[in-house]
Design a protein. Structure first.
Length: 203
């Protein structure tokens, strides 16, 4: 059988070490899957598919990447792209790309680089994709922040661990937004260091 674990892992922009940590297995195990020496359990097969943003059929060689991507993607609002910094996105025109919010561009697998505003329709893979579901919607405008009591915050940072640690629910608190742990983002850094998304309660 034509397994595609390594191809899917590389397309998702993950090292074998990072994939092993996320899946709770050893790096040797991931390498064995990549080389076709061993097969994962059904549970780990599903987890790997979610992590890499593909279907289990794709990993098992039963469908192409275009079919897999089309079946699992959800469109990202153009204004929300900075919240995907460092993460993989899918374009039906260019294929896989990585968002570089600091450089205001998307870098695709063939080394094509396009400004975020010119990258066209891009998609993500919820819930497997590491960015919160809220960030698939358009973010709140800077002017609206004063009118919303609670919001979902997505940090813009090259540090994936910091993004995971700091994302979540925040309340407006004077000149900043603050979460229950006292972590803050200041309003004057909005759009550069963080984006906010509306909650169902405020709609």
């Amino acid at each position: 059988m034509d397994h595609r674990f390594k191809e899917a892992r590389i397309r998702a922009g993950m090292t074998a070490t990072a994939a092993a940590k996320a899946l709770g297995v050893s790096q040797t195990t991931v390498s064995n899957w990549d080389l076709g020496r061993k097969q994962p359990s059904l549970e780990l097969l599903c987890k790997a598919a979610d992590l890499y943003g593909v279907t289990t059929d794709y990993l098992l060689g039963r469908e192409g990447i275009a079919e897999s991507a089309a079946a699992n993607t959800v469109r990202i609002a153009q204004e929300a792209l900075p919240a995907f910094h460092g993460g993989p996105v899918w374009s039906s025109v260019y294929g896989w790309g990585l968002v570089d919010a600091i450089g205001n561009k998307v870098v695709f697998a063939d080394q094509t680089m396009l400004p975020l505003s010119d990258a066209g329709e891009l998609s993500a893979f919820p819930p497997a994709f590491s960015v919160g579901y809220h960030s698939l919607q358009p973010p709140i405008s800077r002017q609206q922040l004063d009118q919303i009591s609670m919001m979902w915050v997505e940090p813009i940072s090259p540090d994936s661990f910091a993004r995971k640690e700091l994302r979540g629910w925040y309340r407006l608190h004077g000149s900043c937004v603050e979460n229950e742990y006292g972590q803050r983002f200041y309003l004057d850094t909005y759009g550069a260091k963080w984006l906010a998304f509306e909650t169902e309660l405020d709609k």
